[in-house]
Write a protein that binds this ligand. Structure first.
Ligand code: S3P
Ligand code: PEP
Length: 438
């Protein structure tokens, strides 16, 4: 699909969609719990659907209800590791890295005999050293490095060791799986944990279902850091109802558009005290010079003179594309450091952010793991490719609001991965977009 955008400044109010990260976690623990859970979730997307599909393949029953989902957990026989004897499940993760990296340890902890499949770039995205840890703990993984990926056997409880700088999704996956094992387990993470707020979201979801995680961070004094997460062998106990809060990662696109416009943009339905790291989009916009407003459940951004600054992407990788778009028209230089993990997202996002913003007229270069952006007063416009990456398509659509000429986004359907309503909301905020088949 091509999105043809005629540049206009966006303004108005939009409701936040449901947080994809929170939804994955709550739906997974609900499917592993001791009773039914009503999950209030105002929207869905391809990635959340992938997690639902995988859990359904393992025997959970998940039905759409008016305001979200009703999750009936997997039968006890599955949760006690008898799935193997029952049937062989196929788990289609679509393009969702979270789904694969959360469900693989869960399937291994259940002792499921399962085949994982997926699409897009997912098969190329790393699973190592999570996969080695699962094998060392007693699972067989066949077909690593692509799909189909088959798992059999059941992991033993004990000590799992991971580095902190590849993907926090590995740590989340093992945390979600650990209570399913017969004895307490320890997840030892070496080095500073990047994307750390996502682990807090995991711990929060587990706590909502009655399981505590103990965290011990040790800094021996030689500059190293080790964090030990300890979980009991425990039962996820349903709270009967749980709510998926608003998504800061996607709200960030509108809040940045507000800073780039003439009139404010307000996003309703966001928790200002959320554990989502991407809530820091507000801090980033303040540092650019935009004016930020906060109320109990909404955030507002207003335009002002924007100036570049230096920031680290260690804990907020998903904000980089849209922050880079703002930086493209902020006065002076913006440097975004610690972007290495962007290379292993839906596209090589370090390359695609630089390439596609350059196509629109931005001055942007990659230096090692950093993006260096020298702001220009206005972008030019032209044709960009989403590289099948939702955040690149949405970045280009927001950057288009500050282009002189029309913008054509190829592969615009990529937004369905996290935000199928994106172009509807774009129009609601005054954007002029025409969608046509390629
Ligand atoms: O746990 C999660 O929900 C996520 C963790 C992050 O990945 P990494 O930890 O691999 O950076 C983030 O980029 C991804 O979109 C969602
Ligand atoms: C990287 C992302 O998701 P995932 O890793 O779950 O595919 C994302 O949503 O930007």
């Amino acid at each position: 699909m091509i999105a043809h955008i005629h540049p206009t400044l966006l303004s108005g109010t939009i409701p936040a969609i449901a947080s994809k990260s929170v939804a994955h976690r709550l739906i997974i623990v609900a499917a592993l719990a001791n009773g039914d859970t009503h999950i209030k979730c105002n929207t869905t997307c391809a990635d959340i659907d992938a997690t639902i599909r995988c859990l359904t393949a393992l025997g959970a029953k998940i039905d759409a209800v008016d305001d979200g989902l009703m999750v009936k957990p997997m039968p006890k026989s599955v949760a006690f590791g008898l799935l193997r004897a029952l049937h062989h499940a196929t788990l289609d993760c679509g393009e969702s890295g979270s789904t694969l990296r959360f469900m693989l340890p869960v399937a291994c902890a259940l002792g499921a005999e399962a085949t994982f499949i997926g699409s897009g770039r997912l098969g190329e995205r790393p699973l190592s050293p999570l996969s080695e840890e699962l094998i060392a703990a007693g699972c067989e993984l066949e077909g690593l490095g692509g799909f189909p990926l088959k798992t059999s056997g059941r992991i033993r409880p004990g000590r799992f060791e991971l580095p902190g700088d590849v993907s926090s999704q590995y740590i989340t996956g093992l945390l979600l799986a650990a209570p399913l094992l017969d004895h307490p387990s320890e997840i030892v993470v070496n080095g500073r944990i990047e994307s750390r707020p996502y682990i807090n979201l995991t711990i929060q979801a587990m706590q909502t279902f009655g399981v505590d995680v103990y965290v011990d961070r040790r800094t021996p004094g030689d500059g190293t850091e080790v964090t030990v997460f300890t979980t009991e062998d425990d039962t996820y106990r349903t709270p009967h109802e749980a709510t998926v809060e608003g998504d800061w990662s996607n709200a960030a696109f509108w809040l940045c558009a507000g800073a780039l416009g003439r009139l404010p943009i307000k996003v309703d339905g966001l928790s200002l005290s959320s554990a989502q790291g991407d809530r820091n989009v507000l801090a980033a916009l303040s540092r650019f010079g935009a004016r930020i407003g906060r109320s109990t459940d909404a955030a507002i951004s207003r335009p002002d003179k924007l100036c570049g600054f230096e920031m680290s992407a260690k804990d907020i990788p998903d904000l980089v594309p849209i922050i880079a778009a703002v930086a493209s028209v902020a006065e002076g230089r913006t440097v975004i450091t610690d972007c290495a993990r962007l290379r292993i997202k839906e596209s090589d996002r370090l390359a695609t952010v630089a390439k596609e913003l350059s196509n629109l007229g931005a001055q942007i270069q990659i230096k090692r793991d950093a993006l260096i952006i020298d702001g220009v007063p206005q972008l030019i416009g032209g044709t960009v490719d989403s590289h099948n990456d939702h955040r690149i398509a949405m970045m280009a659509a927001i950057a288009a609001s500050r282009c002189e000429n029309d913008v054509y986004i190829k592969g615009a359907e990529a937004v369905n991965k996290s935000y199928p309503l994106f172009f509807d909301h774009y129009q609601e905020l005054g954007g002029m977009v025409e969608l046509t088949q390629e």
